[in-house]
Design a protein around this ligand. Structure first.
Ligand code: NAD
Length: 335
């Protein structure tokens, strides 16, 4: 473990946020951020190319005069007329099934896309928040993971395209803070779940819910002993917006430290859906992390943030959303 550099932790002055740009705003997390920002009466410009997101995620915002959707690819350019107080850079394929199908795009959006989003923040004098990930810790050898841990990543393994894109994006963000004085922050997001996850995105929770509701066996990777710490989406959004409003540079872990084995998650999904599905044990993906749990001391100390929604309650809400049919059916990624 290593001390975090001063360049990343210096707190700037918090500012009022009147107008925000959300890249990847039509995705799972981006759309929840757009919704919450609008609830707080912040004007929102959503930039998305619908690669892994969907119009359905933001259809409730269309027609709202405070919400504007711009369909664009942030690896081409990022241009937004008018004042901007906050840039939330969330554009990137995020689930393994997506980034394994789109390896070069994932590297481009993490590097070129982040460069463009930082350029926008610099031009506008805006606060910038990078959506980084617990994947920067790789298959961690320190548990739980504090922000000072440098990680254990295989740069040439299949997951390297995502992990290294995010590690590069973090380095670029810190460089913009140091060289250009941009008011940046890095949030390291741990596994998050909730409504608007795609049933075929390959992540464990939506996959298990889809399988359970269809009466199919739940496909548990390996023996299911590997752990994940899952955070309900509303808790995550509250943490990210607290960081955005704080002036703290991060990197800061936001996630729920309540750790569950993948087998436990599968059993809880069967219970929550009342399904008669069984379990099927399948091969574990290459470089799949064995353990994952955030150390959230920093978020609690700096932001007073702690997750509030218990796992079973978040699971019930998510199952309800899938049951209503909103999450079904949809086939994988649009390439
Ligand atoms: P998502 O796939 O639902 O959303 C990503 C959005 O980015 C999509 O709407 C997609 O169309 C858009 N996008 C992709 N490339 C783009 C481009 N070049 N230009 C414009 N838009 C583009 O994924 P998500 O789960 O909402 O994740 C959002 C962000 O949060 C990602 O940066 C991801 O790395 C990060 N993150 C998510 C989690 C999680 O648990 N969901 C965990 C850690 C980090």
């Amino acid at each position: 473990m290593n001390p975090t550099t001063d360049a990343t932790t210096t707190a700037g002055a918090a500012r009022p946020i009147r107008r925000a740009v959300v890249t990847g705003g039509a995705g799972f997390l981006g759309s929840h951020l757009c919704t919450e920002l609008r609830r707080r009466e912040v004007e929102v410009v959503c930039l998305d190319n619908f690669l892994t997101g969907s119009a359905a995620n933001i259809e409730h915002l269309v027609g709202d005069p405070g919400f504007r959707l711009v369909q664009c690819d942030v690896t081409d350019y990022v241009h937004v007329p008018g004042d901007v107080d906050l840039v939330l850079h969330f554009a990137s394929p995020a689930s393994p099934i997506d980034y394994l199908k789109l390896p070069i795009h994932t590297l481009k959006v993490g590097s070129i896309g982040t460069h463009h989003a930082l350029g926008l923040a610099k031009d506008k004098g805006a606060r910038f928040v990078l959506a980084s990930t617990s994947e920067v810790y790789g298959d961690p050898q320190v548990h739980p993971q504090p922000e000072s841990y440098w990680g254990h990543v295989n740069p040439v393994g299949p997951r390297g395209v995502y992990d290294e894109a995010k590690r590069f994006a973090e380095a670029l963000t810190v460089a913009y803070r140091a060289e250009h004085g941009v008011d940046t922050a890095i949030v390291r997001i741990f596994n998050t779940f909730g409504p608007r996850m795609r049933p075929f995105d390959g992540r464990a929770i939506p996959t298990f819910i889809r399988q359970a509701l269809a009466g199919e066996p739940l496909t548990v990777a390996g023996d299911g002993a590997q752990t994940r710490s899952v955070c309900y989406v509303s808790d995550l959004v509250r943490g990210i917006l607290a960081l955005a409003g704080s002036g703290h540079g991060g990197p800061m872990n936001i996630g729920n430290p309540h750790e569950l084995s993948v087998l436990q998650i599968a059993r809880d999904v069967i219970a929550a859906t009342g399904s008669s599905s069984g379990l099927e044990f399948v091969e574990r993906p290459v470089d799949d992390p064995m353990v994952r749990r955030p150390d959230t001391t920093l978020a609690t100390e700096v932001l007073g943030w702690t997750p509030e929604v218990p796992w079973t309650q978040g699971l019930e809400r998510t199952v309800e959303w899938f049951r209503e049919g909103a999450g079904l059916p949809q086939a994988g990624v649009r390439a």
